[in-house]
Design a binder for this molecule. Structure first.
Ligand SMILES: *[C@@H]1O[C@H](CO)[C@@H](O)[C@H](O)[C@H]1NC(C)=O
Ligand SMILES: *[C@@H]1O[C@H](CO)[C@@H](O)[C@H](O)[C@H]1NC(C)=O
Ligand SMILES: *[C@@H]1O[C@H](CO)[C@@H](O)[C@H](O)[C@H]1NC(C)=O
Length: 399
């Protein structure tokens, strides 16, 4: 393994909490937008990658609090973590961007690709996650203030084949994200949720956005999403729910006919198939998005930029272009991602590491251009005038 993973660790001595009012990164949205990631806590960790590639893991990665994983720093085709999945349970304040987590049959049976059983204040942005053996991205428990934005949640493996639960005590925002090729739970929701400008493609017989039947109350906004049936789809995108599921449902587009043309319609109360839920006439005052897209614009946006799209790998290209691009004709639920047409996690080109003389995670060229000292590793974690650490300004400048 030639990948250099640099951990920049420092104690938080001269650091004031005024920075907590900052967004996780410029443009962050949703319930998790104010996660401080590696900017908070008594120890902070920013993970940057000097070289791209495939990192094969056997044990699960467990992410602790106050961590920023900046996958966009990897040159070449970025980073794919292939293997037993990743847990954010019991963490708070994490920022995870531009990275792929692909689990597959080499992961443990019964485990999720990404799991959060408890914790708060996390944002996942431009993350591609696939091939969960239990669920692919699952939130289930005492969990609050989470955003999943501009991501791809794909190909939950048979026999469970799940996108994932989104069951929280506090808020979960799912924004401009693609759910593709999962039999069921795309997602299944309980608690507080906003589901805005997403695309759900080729769900199976379990359903697309499943309103969890629950003893406890749920409050959800389901706005301006796109649901496109594929070869595996046998049921309406909206299923289940009871009177405890309170929801504002607006401007969702459904193309059921699998004919390769975008010729669907906006769902109405008579075509929504949520017979038992409690419909709200006004949306809940959740964070939502700065720019609410029409469903068709959301589809274009997801195609252009969902997932670890700084450089898409063969899997995301296949899912976005061949499957979603077919508008209903191509798609499948899968059991083994190492066989055709997926053929495993592929090769990920490493690229060339930029020169970083002081090895603080910020290349010399950026340091020189921004008045930093390429021979002083301490300046990476210093706070710049805009409130972010210098290294955050560097990683945010990349995307
Ligand atoms: C969630 O975010 C809100 C708004 O920033 C904050 O008031 C609340 O304390 C957060 N909840 C948790 C569990 O951190
Ligand atoms: C509507 O949802 C119910 C479950 O709530 C499901 O049994 C039914 O098949 C769905 N209808 C259609 C047309 O898919
Ligand atoms: C998604 O889930 C379904 C149901 O378990 C499964 O049949 C299907 O193979 C899954 N899709 C993929 C692409 O794995």
């Amino acid at each position: 393994m030639t990948h250099l993973i640099k951990l920049v660790l420092a104690s938080l001595l001269a650091f004031s909490h005024c920075a907590s009012a900052l967004l996780a990164f410029p443009g962050a949205e949703g319930f998790g937008a104010q996660s401080t990631g590696g900017r908070g806590g008594s120890v902070y960790i920013i993970v940057v990658f000097a070289v791209g590639g495939l990192i094969k893991i056997t044990s699960r990665i467990v992410v602790s609090s106050h961590v920023t994983i900046a996958g966009q720093t990897a040159p070449g085709q970025g980073i794919t973590v292939y293997g037993n999945g990743i847990s954010y349970s019991a963490a708070s304040n994490t920022i995870t961007r531009y990275i792929r987590f692909r689990m597959g049959k080499i992961g443990d049976s019964g485990k999720d690709g990404i799991t959060i059983a408890n914790g708060e204040n996390m944002i996942f942005d431009h993350v591609s996650v696939s091939w969960g053996r239990d669920e692919t991205f699952s939130i289930n428990g005492d969990v609050s203030n989470i955003t999943i934005s501009d991501s791809i949640i794909a190909q939950g493996l048979e026999t469970h084949s799940c996108g994932g639960l989104m069951q929280s005590t506090g808020g979960v925002s799912i924004i401009r994200t693609l759910y593709i090729d999962n039999q069921t739970r795309n997602p299944k929701v309980k608690g507080i949720n906003e589901f805005v400008n997403n695309v759900v493609y080729n769900w199976g017989g379990g359903g697309g956005y499943i309103a969890g039947d629950s003893d406890g109350p749920s409050q959800a906004n389901i706005m301006n999403n796109v649901f496109i049936s594929g070869p595996s789809t046998t049921i309406h995108p909206f299923t289940r729910g009871n009177a405890n599921f309170h929801t504002y449902v607006s401007n969702n587009y459904y193309d059921p006919d699998q004919d390769g043309t975008l010729n669907g319609f906006i769902l109405s109360p008579t075509t929504e198939n949520y017979s038992a839920v409690d419909f709200q006439s006004a949306r809940y005052p959740y964070p939502t998005v700065a720019n609410l897209l029409s469903p068709t614009d959301a589809l274009a946006k997801v195609r252009a930029s969902a997932g670890a799209s700084k450089s898409r790998d063969s899997i995301d290209n296949y899912l976005i272009n061949t499957e979603l691009g077919s508008l209903g004709k191509v798609g499948a639920l899968i059991t083994d991602p190492t066989t055709a047409p997926i053929n495993g996690p592929g090769t990920i080109s490493g690229g060339t590491a930029p020169t970083d003389t002081d090895k603080d995670g910020i290349p010399d060229s950026y340091e020189t251009a921004h008045g930093l000292n390429p021979n002083n590793a301490a300046d990476a974690v210093a706070i710049a005038s805009n409130g972010y650490m210098n290294i955050e300004n560097y990683v945010n400048s990349l995307v």
